[in-house]
Design a protein around this ligand. Sequence first.
Ligand SMILES: Cc1ncc(COP(=O)(O)O)c(C=O)c1O
Length: 387
Amino acid sequence: MKLSVPHIHKDDISYIRKVLKSQWISTSSKTVNNFENKLSSFCKTKYSVALNSGTSAIHLGLKILGVNHTCEVIVPSLTFIATVNPILYLGAKPIIFDVDRYHNLKINDVINFIKKKTIFKNNKTINKKTKKIIKVIIVAHMWGRACNFYELKKICKKRNIFILEDAAEALGSYVKKDKYKHCGSIGDLGCLSFNANKIITTGSGGAIITNNKNFYLKAQYLANQAKDDTFNYIHNECGYNYKMNSICAALGISQLKRLRKKISLRKNIYKRYVLNFKKTKNIEILSFENNTKNNYWMNVINFKKLDFKQTENISVGLSKKGIETRRIWRPLNLQIYLKKFQKVNIFNANNFYSSCLCLPSDDNISKADVDKISKYIKKIYETINNH
Ligand SMILES: Cc1ncc(COP(=O)(O)O)c(C=O)c1O
């Protein structure tokens, strides 16, 4: 029983076959445009740019928002490493913040930091400690649980700070203000991933979604080698080869058709886990904020009283029964090469890392599977806890 694996259907294969037969397999084709249009209409954004990974989407996104070596970017501690690396690609520095009980950026900590630890001068927010410009905040929607950051958005507007949403895990997740808005469409620019373990996949792939025409045009330009004149090969900027190819886009178009169905399957898995652990003391299934709708990509369990090794022992015990589990992302502040960067009050992320595991959440997991997994977890937990 797996955490989350790709599901390739007959339809997917026939879409791909059609593209292969057409010979139009490159990055500039109707199929890629078509996938971009379908993404925009699903996420209700004006624009989408299909790319070859979520990591390149974040890299390009930060570049477009003006991040360079004079800048700092605020990031949550508990996230996949690809949230932070693109900051370093651009020569900028991350400032790492804690997460809340839903594993998302602790919005109040960031607001307090901006109010108390920065100054606003020449339309720039400057970190008092490092004298660097805080240019962007990355809000990640962890495990598909949407982060409600509307309060932060208000202060960012006043302070000329952009918000990039890392919605790599959150296709099909929403935050409500007046109405529900798709994750990635609330900040200045959103990044998606269609990696093989995501809720839908293109093998590898990603996208930028945005309502800002300039950001969109710049993303298309830079992702396609910054071509100013295709006949004479004139490039006036340093571009990237980041666009998605047509074969991946065909898979994306086909997979997108099943997204709603997949979310509903995964919702049932989540509900069953919650039911099974409702009465279990000191064991909690990760929930989500009010006013959000989620894609239930990944379920996470927290053994509140277990230490690092005991949590690992649960995983080892489950693995013997053919049940795959993994730790949650290692907090960025604990990664050796990131230790030198500024951190702000990190507490929850370290605790969660020690006592949480990701649980099988794949479309194929039945109610009976969830019951079996839950039964084994309780059994192994009892043994470990009584020692
Ligand atoms: C939170 C987060 N950000 C970024 C990425 C990077 O996406 P990709 O693997 O498509 O480069 C992923 C997934 O892999 C992710 O989970």
